[in-house]
Write a protein that binds this ligand. Structure first.
Ligand SMILES: Nc1ncnc2c1ncn2[C@@H]1O[C@H](COP(=O)(O)OP(=O)(O)OP(=O)(O)O)[C@@H](O)[C@H]1O
Ligand SMILES: [Mg+2]
Length: 353
């Protein structure tokens, strides 16, 4: 049995609405999209980043691997940023600096639970200079060991081998860097609007300057439609997707739910931008990039653009790839909204940190 084919990576994004899988082949001069697929999971299986019911998630993963005939067993998977504490710290450079020790010492200050219970990871983003003293800028990510173990078990029980455990916001950033032609001197804001969460990153070059996760997303709309019309999740989704004919007053109500929710999301994005500008007064955000299933909502892009006065675009993670002949281009175009994270995960090569 072939366990791990060199130069091919499979990324799995475990979302609260669906599981997404991307298999990439990394060639010297290009990347080839070998497989891509998505499977829905029942609501309540994954709640606020925590696995509540592993069985349907495992079945969805196994089903995807079978249907897509993916042979690779070693995978890159992410945990959601909503369950990770990220913080930027700076450390003054000195000869005997032990970064790991210092990161741990700093983390003890901002982590609200016992340091022994968390797994720490960090990345050096760059060095700034003040009075000729170099200061390392480091992003620290801390997640509960128990949560990481749950994800590892889930992957193993799906018959796979967890190669790398990443965080979804870092994967989104990777996907973005790979896809767009960027000016390294200006800032961009990336917003992933999923089902349960909105993740926001502000990046400059390959540096993550700001990140925030909030419990907002498309599920808010579905839940309000369920409550309003006393219908179940599937029916409410059909209403949301415009697949059901409605009486005029109901139609008006649905529009109102959409508008109110989208206004709330826009306020959230505005809040992130204001906070960012307060922390980095000299910086300017050039463009906003949207991704996530809920970014498909009709008129959303224009609505945000009008309210925040920054040009809004959508990330298409598949735009710079060679695509396997077996993948239908129109299907690929449609699903691109949801695949930034899974694609960003598949960009990692196992053997990376
Ligand atoms: N055409 C559409 N119109 C409106 N909403 C849509 C459309 N397509 C997808 N959605 C919504 O997008 C959401 C799913 O997005 P996505 O797959 O990015 O979420 P997820 O990654 O599973 O969730 P999360 O990251 O929040 O855990 C659902 O709420 C779904 O109803
Ligand atoms: Mg998601």
């Amino acid at each position: 049995m072939l366990i791990f084919k060199k130069n091919q990576t499979v990324g799995i994004d475990i979302g609260s609405y669906s599981i997404k899988v991307v298999e990439l082949e990394h060639k010297k001069k290009e990347k080839i999209l070998k497989n891509v697929g998505l499977a829905h999971i029942p609501p309540g299986s994954l709640v606020q980043g925590d696995i509540k019911d592993a069985e349907p998630i495992k079945n969805a993963i196994k089903g995807l691997f079978e249907n897509l005939k993916i042979k690779n067993k070693k995978v890159v998977v992410s945990i959601p940023a909503i369950s990770v504490i990220t913080k930027k710290i700076t450390l003054a450079e000195r000869e005997d600096l032990n970064i790991e020790e210092e990161v741990r010492r700093e983390a003890e200050q901002f982590i609200p639970y016992d340091i022994e219970e968390v797994s720490l990871d960090f990345d050096i983003m760059g060095t700034s200079y003040e009075d000729e003293i170099g200061r390392l800028e480091i992003i620290v990510a801390a997640a509960k060991k128990q949560l990481i173990e749950k994800y590892i078990r889930l992957i193993q029980e799906s018959g796979l081998i967890p190669g790398i455990i990443d965080v979804d916001i870092f994967a989104m950033q990777n996907a973005f860097e790979m896809t767009e032609r960027l000016d390294p001197e200006v800032c961009y804001i990336l917003v992933d609007i999923g089902s349960e969460t909105i993740n926001t990153n502000v990046v400059k070059g390959d540096i993550l300057l700001f990140t925030r996760s909030s419990l907002l997303g498309g599920d808010q709309i579905t839940k309000r439609i369920m409550d309003e019309f006393q219908i179940d999740f599937r029916e409410a989704e059909a209403v949301k997707f415009g697949l059901k004919e409605l009486e005029k007053n109901k139609e008006r109500k649905v529009r109102e739910i959409f508008r109110e929710t989208v206004e709330e999301w826009t306020e959230e994005i505005k809040g992130s931008i204001d906070f960012f500008y307060r922390s980095y007064p000299g910086e300017k955000i050039k463009e906003l990039f949207l991704t996530g299933g809920s970014s498909r909502i009709k008129g959303l892009k224009e609505f945000i653009e009008e309210k925040i006065d920054i040009p809004v675009k959508k990330i298409n993670p598949f735009s710079n790839l060679k695509v396997s002949k077996k993948i239908d281009p129109s299907y690929l175009k449609y699903i691109s909204a949801e695949f930034s994270v899974a694609f960003g995960l598949a960009l990692r090569t196992i053997g990376d940190k």
